[in-house]
Ligand binder design. Sequence first.
Ligand code: ZN
Length: 196
Amino acid sequence: MPWHYWVLRKFATAEPPKEWEKILEELEGILPAKYIDKIEVASFSIRGKRIARWQFKEDHPEYSTKPNALRTAEKLNWLLLKSRNAPSISKLLISLLNKDRKFTEEITSCPICKEIINYDDFKRSGRIDPISIQMGYLIPLSRGKKGHNNKNVIWVHRRCNYIQDEQTVSETIQTLRQILERHGYKVSKNLKQTNS
Ligand SMILES: [Zn+2]
C-alpha cells in the first residue's frame, strides 16, 4: 500500500503537496514496502498509537504540524537513501528531496556511535536486534516543544538510542567518556573528531 494512500486513509485531512506526489511515485518504485512503512509510522504517528501527530494537543511532546511531519518523512527518506549500499536514486528525486532542505550529502551514520548505517540494517528486527535502526532525536523531545521536525530527527541504532535516553548527543558522549575514565581508560581530547 503506497504510503500517501495510507496517510490519506488514516488521516483524511492530510493532503500531500504536489511535489510530494512525484517523490512518492519514485520512492514506491525503489523502496520495499517495509521501509516505506517504517518511515511513515515514524514521521506521521507514534508506535502503537496510530493517530496522526498533528491530532495531539499542541503542547504534547510528540506533536507536529502536518507540514513538519512531511518534512520529517523527507529527511528520513534522504538519510535512508544515503545509507551504505542503498539503491541509486535519480537526479529528480535528489533535487526534489533536497530542495531548500540542505540535507547532508554524506553517507548516513549513527550520530551516537558514528558507525555507517547499511541499507540492509533497516530490515533488522527492532524487537531483538541491538543494531536495528530506529528513529531518534538529536535533542530529546522531553527537552523542548515541537522537536519532531526535519532538523532534529535521525536514524539511530536501537542500542545507541537506549544509551542516549533523555540526553542530547553531546551529553551522551560526555557520559560515555566519564564511564570510560572511571573504568581506567584515558580518553584524549585531541582524538580526531569525525564529522558530527
Ligand atoms: Zn549507533
